[in-house]
Design a protein around this ligand. Structure first.
Ligand code: C5P
Length: 229
């Protein structure tokens, strides 16, 4: 069964932890991204770990290989179980990230490569004439060859990537039926993303901005459970 990850995109740590507390009986995975990490740093991850969460640290590293390898080494010390880099950083950067993670042995976090951000509509990627779907497929093939554990992609590419590679797939841009799309361009319902083979779904605002985040998360879990994988 796919895992649901709540994206705890809050800049104030007290707001993030309050939301995490409300979700703790319902979900096991949460995501900390740039907004929260730049403000609060690794201490926040230790608090979420102490609350029993499995942590997805989504900082999308994209830099020269040496810098990314060092950042991955630091990320490995934060208790994160899943860490992202940008596949567009290229082969040397991706292989350096995997080598740095491997130094941690069995306890290492999974390293996933972002393919194309789900906020990009066709024609909006600077310097890229391919469609977001085609470009994501190409990057996923490379990520597989370079030894990454998985990729981040829209639900629209999940099935094709699962069929063509050994990668695990994590999908943002998930919206329950009728929910606002916000700034996401290529969205998909939870059930459809699970049916497409996604291993992880990451959902932010439909959970964090709900009056009752646990109820919103449970409704998404119920939708996911309508699909037998
Ligand atoms: O609020 P929403 O459900 O749109 O949040 C989606 C989360 O997934 C955000 O935290 C965003 O940073 C992340 N994400 C994304 N697209 C990617 C990679 C990560 O939306 N390609």
């Amino acid at each position: 069964m796919a895992e649901l990850i709540a994206a705890l995109d809050f800049s104030q740590p007290e707001d993030l932890l309050a939301c995490a507390r409300r979700l703790s009986g319902t979900l096991t995975w949460c995501k900390v991204g740039l907004e929260a990490f730049v403000k609060s740093g690794p201490a926040l991850l230790h608090e979420l770990d102490a609350m029993g969460f499995s942590i997805f640290l989504d900082l999308k590293f994209h830099d020269i290989p040496n810098t990314v390898a060092a950042a991955v080494r630091s990320a490995c010390r934060t208790k994160a179980k899943l860490v992202t880099i940008h596949t567009q950083g290229g082969e040397a950067m991706c292989r350096a990230a995997m080598a740095a993670a491997a130094e941690e042995g069995e306890e290492r976090p999974l390293i996933f490569g972002v393919t194309v951000l789900t906020s990009f509509a066709s024609g909006a990627m600077p310097g890229i004439s391919k469609s977001p779907g085609d470009f994501a497929m190409e990057l996923a093939g490379l990520a597989d060859a370079w030894g990454l554990d998985g990729v981040v992609c829209s639900g629209h590419e999940a099935a094709a990537i699962k069929a063509a590679t050994h990668l695990k797939v994590l999908c943002p841009g998930i919206r329950p039926k009728g929910a606002a799309t916000d700034d996401q361009a290529r969205v998909m319902t939870p059930a459809r993303a699970v049916a497409s083979g996604a291993d992880f779904l990451v959902v932010g605002r439909p959970i964090t901005r709900a009056g009752d985040p646990a109820l919103a998360a449970q409704a998404i879990l119920d939708d996911m459970a309508t699909v037998t994988q």
